[in-house]
Design a binder for this molecule. Structure first.
Ligand code: ACO
Length: 322
């Protein structure tokens, strides 16, 4: 039996930091309101001209170095993003060119904020069925480009960044189980309501920017994160007390805390980066993972639970022996 294992992690955050105090200058909001309702203190914002593939590439090189592999060993590239550099080619193909490798499959998946759990699921299946041996799996987002910076209901929530893992074939299980779901009936609760086929028009639906029914998304997110986590533990016959670390999608501290409560997981065993990074969509789980691997909290052999939800709605979970 072939399994897949995470052998390297890496991440990248743009240099520019925008604090809540900075946002007070341009929006009718306060640092107190943002902290209390979301747990967010600051976010990173990409420089002019800095792209999703640029950020993903830096994260990828760090993961490659940690895994101790050569760039040429990579035989699969999957990027999770809703903010690609171009309509085509895919951000994964652009990263492949920048890495200087040729021929292996490279493609993007758009599952909004659930992107990382989706691409981990796909990469794991491709490795298990012999389609790849060394996958580069990257979540990277320039959310700042699709945020309406005049809308206080959404502008305070998002940030830019990238996280990457190297997933390699091995005899011992690393990725134990992945579960992904979606339900398109919730399309209008969280969306960027424009696109190539429907057309771009600054005067329609508020333009090509994130629109969200925050309250409804909040309630669904808590329910989905909780049910996805309980589902994966039940299917693997694992008790919640056996999980060493919960590494959830970082949208809002209150959503994370409510999901942790459902699992009786003390916050000391939950990786939280939303305070420093805000919601980086598909980058948030690999960013949180890399942060906790590099600061020594996550240790080899520990059991990790990833959980995500996002526009679609999409949601999912993964259980990983690190
Ligand atoms: N500063 C000050 N006041 C604000 C702000 C702000 N930044 N934003 C909204 N308000 C106001 C509202 O206008 C409202 O005022 P009113 O009572 O006079 O009408 C009041 O604050 C309360 O608004 P609510 O929306 O009820 O506030 P809530 O406690 O629900 O928090 C929030 C809003 C933070 C957006 C919350 O609903 C949330 O986190 N929702 C989930 C967001 C999320 O996780 N999105 C996931 C994205 S995933 C993806 O795929 C991209």
């Amino acid at each position: 039996m072939v399994y897949s294992r995470i052998t390297g992690t890496g991440s990248y955050l743009p240099d520019r930091v925008v604090t809540n105090k900075d946002l007070e200058k341009t929006l009718d909001t306060t640092d107190d309101w943002i902290r209390e309702r979301t747990g967010i203190k600051r976010r990173h914002v990409a420089a002019d001209g800095e792209t999703t593939s640029d950020m993903g590439l830096t994260a990828a090189y760090k993961a490659i170095e940690m895994a101790g592999i050569e760039v040429g060993d990579i035989d699969l590239i999957i990027v999770g993003t809703s903010t690609p550099d171009k309509i085509f080619p895919s951000t994964a193909c652009i990263m492949q060119r920048k890495l200087g490798i040729h021929g292996c499959p490279a493609f993007d998946i758009n599952a909004a904020c659930s992107g990382f759990v989706y691409i981990l699921d796909i990469a794991n299946r491709m490795i298990q069925t012999g389609g790849a041996k060394t996958a580069l799996v990257v979540g990277s987002e320039t959310m700042s480009r699709i945020v309406n910076w005049q809308d206080r209901g959404t502008a305070v929530l998002f940030g830019d960044g990238a996280g990457a893992v190297i997933l390699q074939a091995c005899e011992k299980p690393g990725v134990l189980s992945t579960h992904i779901h979606s339900d398109g009936q919730y399309e209008n609760l969280l969306e960027v309501p424009q696109g190539v086929s429907s057309g771009f028009d600054a005067d329609r639906d508020g333009g090509p920017y994130i629109r969200m029914n925050g309250n409804a998304v909040f309630r669904k997110a808590v329910a989905m994160l909780g049910s996805a986590s309980l589902e994966i533990l039940a299917k693997n016959n694992i008790d919640k007390s056996e999980v060493d670390w919960m590494v959830p999608h970082q949208a809002n501290l209150r959503i994370i805390a409510a999901a942790a409560k459902k699992l009786d997981m003390p916050m000391e065993r939950v990786i939280v980066t939303v305070d420093e990074q805000a919601n980086t969509s598909s980058a948030s789980i690999p960013l949180a993972l890399d942060t906790a691997v590099r600061d020594g909290r996550i240790q080899s052999g520990q059991l990790l639970l990833f959980g995500a939800f996002g526009a679609g709605f999409t949601w999912g979970s993964a259980l990983v022996r690190y």
